[in-house]
Ligand binder design. Structure first.
Ligand SMILES: Cc1ncc(COP(=O)(O)O)c(C=O)c1O
Length: 430
């Protein structure tokens, strides 16, 4: 077989998968160790043909996968491996550039800067900030806190008790103490905690637990006065800012020191792609730039490896570029709006049903809800075991609840209505 023939097979496979993914069971139905037991213990001595690899992908791997690209995947934060993103990933692998310095691939660096400027415009962020792409929000937050530490070493990182676990981990990695701040009745971080010993505050727009929005304007004012770094974690909800009517949640972000938004969550870009902006690039540069003989800088050019932890950098801007161009602002807005509409619809269905309640405000595309009597962990497990949808349960103020997070470009109203039926049926059986 030639590369061209294998490529055609791979293309056919991807096309067929995209067409049938909605019919596959969303969640894997395997026991721990089951997939591993079906794989050879050692690598093959002789190279194998592509056909054999594809066959094992279908027979061994696929049954053990949870299909994140399924329109009824609603766990954690749902995402989309969109068509333009998939095509870009193929081209990225073919080009295989390492965008560590301008010299190592000039157009990759310059495209990244342009795409970050485009995205800043789309989201209503300041255009004069430095922006670059990291793999994940976890890494972007490490970068932001390392920069904050350059400004104020040895302090505390404050974030809401609803903040993502990656914030605590990032503080730990850069050697800063982490402290949780209480939330109000709407799960927003309280803004009245002392800042005397603070190095940084991380405010979240769209917390993982409930998608609550911390009071960024008030925190920005206090951080400015105290000389404390304010990092905004908008990993999930940032893409909502493409819609003017959702920009209320952008208020104050232009006064932060850094902000992270994940196109790989709710902006139809395949894993991984996390965008980080800062008004203070010199602090990031201070934290990460180092010279070596084998890494010459180029005059009048920017070396993006100087602004984050990694030296080797994938050509992620290509997929973001493809996604932004293929959907256009209009297409992105329409999808985000539809997801918000579907979440409102789902919340209405829950509220209208005796015995169920919505447990937190739902400003974006995620609804937290629960059955008042039945075991909500068991309902989520039973609904997921049907293979028709995937929801995860979590806990809010000590009580179990279920999260339904909409974020896949293929999700329709029919998917939402059917999922609600399945959840009700599962609760009735329990
Ligand atoms: C609000 C928030 N911040 C950060 C993260 C971590 O993102 P990543 O997986 O890109 O590190 C998540 C993940 O769900 C999140 O919900």
């Amino acid at each position: 077989m030639t590369f061209r023939e294998d490529l055609e097979r791979a293309t056919e496979w991807v096309d067929a998968y995209m067409q049938r993914v909605g019919e596959l069971p969303v969640s894997a139905n395997v026991e721990p160790g089951e997939t591993r037991a079906r794989l050879p213990a050692s690598p093959p001595e002789h190279g194998e043909p592509f056909d054999a690899l594809l066959r094992d992908l279908d027979e061994v791997i696929l049954p053990g996968l949870t299909h994140w690209n399924h329109p009824r995947f609603f766990a954690w934060f749902a995402n989309t491996g969109s068509e333009p993103g998939i095509l870009a990933e193929l081209l990225i692998a073919a080009l295989n550039v390492n965008n560590m310095t301008w010299l190592s691939s000039p157009a990759a660096t310059e495209l990244e800067l342009v795409v970050m400027d485009w995205l800043a415009q789309l989201l209503g962020l300041p255009r004069d900030w430095h922006g670059h792409i990291e793999d994940t929000a976890s890494t972007a937050t490490v970068a932001a806190l390392a920069a904050a530490r350059e400004v104020r070493p040895r302090g505390v990182v404050y974030a809401s008790e609803q903040a993502n676990v990656s914030v605590e981990k990032a503080a730990y990695l850069v050697g800063l103490e982490f402290r949780k701040v209480e939330v109000d009745e709407a799960f927003r971080m309280r803004a009245d905690f002392p800042l005397d010993d603070a190095t940084a505050v991380v405010a979240t727009v769209g917390t993982t637990g409930t998608t609550s929005v911390d009071p960024v304007p008030e925190l920005a004012r206090r951080c400015e006065e105290a000389g404390v770094w304010l990092h905004v974690d908008a990993a999930y909800a940032g893409p909502a800012w493409v819609c003017p009517e959702l920009r209320w949640s952008l208020e104050g972000v232009d006064r932060a020191d850094s902000v992270v938004v994940n196109p790989h969550k709710w902006l139809f870009t395949p894993m991984d792609c996390s965008t980080l902006w800062t008004r203070r690039p010199e602090a990031l540069h201070e934290a990460f730039a180092s010279t070596r003989e084998y890494l010459p800088a180029t005059q009048d050019a920017i070396d993006l490896r100087d602004f984050g932890p990694a030296l080797g950098r994938r050509f992620r801007s290509l997929k973001l570029w493809f996604v932004l161009r293929s959907y256009g602002t209009e297409g992105l807005r329409a999808l985000i709006r539809e997801h918000v509409r579907l979440a409102q619809l789902f919340a209405m269905l829950v509220e209208a049903e005796p015995g169920w309640e919505v447990v937190a405000p739902h400003p974006f595309s995620t609804v937290c809800f629960r059955h008042l009597e039945a075991d909500n962990d068991a309902i989520a497990r039973a609904a997921t075991a049907t293979g028709e949808l995937f929801v995860a349960s979590s806990r809010l103020r000590g009580e179990a609840m279920i999260r339904l997070a909409i974020g896949n470009a293929q999700t329709t109203e029919q998917d939402i209505r059917r999922s609600w039926e399945v959840l009700r049926e599962c609760a009735a059986v329990l």
